[in-house]
Design a protein around this ligand. Structure first.
Ligand SMILES: Nc1ncnc2c1ncn2[C@@H]1O[C@H](COP(=O)(O)OP(=O)(O)O)[C@@H](O)[C@H]1O
Ligand SMILES: O=P(O)(O)OC[C@H](O)CO
Length: 495
């Protein structure tokens, strides 16, 4: 059988998935495993790299088995991943020297504050497109070098390797033959210069990070080496790599400047394609690489929100108000109209556009008749208001936003999508395929394999499931939003 399928690996914050796509970009089999979260201290979040690796191999094997395919039927693998999460491993043994430090982890807030106090943020912003926040990999990597006994000396001697999750997986899949990261992931490290497309030696010096640790930076589609034969029955070439939000941008076919997508998983990440220009936000959005093909970068403005679906997980696991995430829909639907409850889910600080690592969450506007339904609705509303914060920032940066393409686990919730459209005053478009992250990785690999002739042919596969048009009048929309803005002010650490 000719190799006409693509195996996409989507290593996310809460789960590891493998999806087999056919040459028409249709998902034919899926396998998924939950990823245990490790919380060693307040504000710290880790993953076990061995668990990430074991789960990745297991879901790949399982997805192929479910599709009834062997390795020979697979033209290539596309990898997409939770971004910024930092792993350092030994080049000889392949063993990680510490757990993966997850993007949500705040342990380097103080280090970032010191760098800010030294007035270094403009330099980092100009070179990397990012802000000084513990979210990004650079200070996490420095933390590992400073806190794991012997790590710095080993790093300087060149015996250790750093990578974000795609890089670690590529290393393992290729049996240690390839140490590479794609440009979209490199762009999230605080170490990569998005203008020159190189590791920035000045920033490496500032963060005291030896160059010998770093992977080679590659395009999002290319020949990145083949898996070792033992893993999946026969070698399969890895042909695509991109961070999950960038992969979703491709999967949502946001390939023209002005197109914007927002993905609602654990967090929420909105990316606005700005084409060949690395637009600098005046409103604290990030400048990032949407994808890089044949050495040419397409840029995006990004708004990153740390808690979206995680607020629903908190209602479920923390408050035990619901048994399953999907039950939030009915509970919120029972909320008393006009209840005036606001939730600011700053559980791990606030991301864009506030970038306040020390802010913490709050429920405001409680009265004696506030109950679980109002709290549930306030949690869902917080996702809509945070999105509006991002869309307002994008508009203030000059974007004319006609519609927002949405995806991720939360968008199954129809009333939430209607509320989102009402809150934004912008049409919300939900595609038929909401697994856009894996789809994007598959499309990048399929492009390299020659299954898809061009990205435009890829864009043509995007199909609308349902558009949600705003119904609420402007005054009501703005009044609710003003309530949110007042609530955010109350939780800000710096007033
Ligand atoms: N019907 C629903 N309404 C609101 N949130 C939901 C619903 N179903 C799932 N979720 C939330 O969506 C998230 C899962 O989305 P997913 O894209 O799988 O996340 P991730 O890739 O970050 O692991 C979870 O946080 C879950 O609580
Ligand atoms: O794993 P997700 O889908 O929550 O995405 C995580 C982001 O890449 C973090 O920047």
């Amino acid at each position: 059988m000719p190799a006409r399928h693509i195996l996409a690996i989507d290593q996310g914050t809460t789960s590891t998935r493998a999806i087999v796509f056919d040459a028409a970009a249709r998902a034919v089999a899926t396998s998924q495993r939950e990823l245990p979260q490790i919380y060693p201290a307040p504000g710290w979040v880790e993953h076990d790299p061995e668990e990430i690796w074991r789960a990745t191999v297991a879901v790949c094997r399982d997805a192929l088995a479910r599709a009834g395919l062997d390795a020979a039927a697979v033209a290539g693998i596309g990898i997409t991943n939770q971004r910024e999460t930092t792993i350092v491993w030994d080049r000889e043994t392949g063993a990680a020297v510490h757990n993966a430090i997850v993007w949500q982890d705040r342990r380097t807030a103080e280090r970032c504050a010191e760098l800010k106090a030294a007035e270094l943020e403009p330099e980092f912003r100009q070179r990397t497109g990012l802000v000084l926040d513990p979210y990004f990999s650079g200070t996490k990597l420095a933390w590992i070098l400073d806190n794991v006994p012997g790590a710095r000396a080993r790093a300087e001697a060149g015996t250790l390797a750093f990578g974000t999750v795609e890089s670690f997986l590529l290393w393992r899949l290729t049996g240690g033959r390839r140490h590479a990261s794609d440009a979209t992931n490199a762009a999230r490290t605080l170490l990569y210069n998005i203008n020159s497309q190189r590791w920035d030696l000045d920033l490496l010096r500032l963060l005291d990070i030896p160059h010998a640790l770093l992977p080679e930076v590659v395009d999002c589609a290319g020949d990145f080496g083949a898996t070792t034969a033992d893993l999946l029955g026969a070698p399969i070439p890895v042909l695509g790599m991109a961070g999950d939000q960038q992969a979703a941008t491709v999967g949502q076919a946001c390939l023209k400047p002005g197109m914007v997508k927002s993905t609602y998983g654990t967090g929420c990440f909105a990316l606005l394609n700005t084409g060949a220009t690395a637009v600098r936000s005046k409103h604290r959005l990030l400048t990032t690489i949407a994808y890089r093909l044949d050495g040419v970068a397409t840029y995006a403005l990004e708004g990153s929100i740390f808690v979206a679906g995680a607020a629903v997980q908190w209602l479920r696991d923390g408050l035990k108000l619901i048994n399953r995430s999907a039950d939030v829909e009915a509970l919120a639907g029972a909320a008393r109209p006009g209840h005036g409850v606001f939730m600011v889910p700053a559980f791990v600080g606030l991301g864009a556009p506030y970038w306040d690592p020390d802010a913490r969450g709050a429920l405001l506007g409680l009265t004696r008749d506030t109950g679980p339904a109002e709290i549930a609705q306030a949690a869902l509303d917080s996702v809509c208001y945070q999105t509006r914060d991002l869309i307002e920032a994008m508009k203030a940066d000059g974007a004319a936003i006609a519609a927002l393409r949405v995806d991720g686990g939360m968008v199954a919730n129809g009333p939430l999508m209607q509320r989102l459209a009402d809150t934004l005053g912008v049409a919300v478009e939900r595609p038929t395929v909401t697994e856009t992250t894996a789809l994007g990785a598959a499309l990048l690999a399929g492009l390299q394999a020659g299954l898809f002739p061009s990205l435009d042919s890829v864009a043509a596969t995007w199909q609308l499931d349902r558009a949600f048009a705003p119904r609420e009048d402007q005054a009501a929309r703005d009044q609710r939003y003003a309530g949110w803005q007042a609530a955010v002010k109350r939780v800000r650490s710096a007033g």
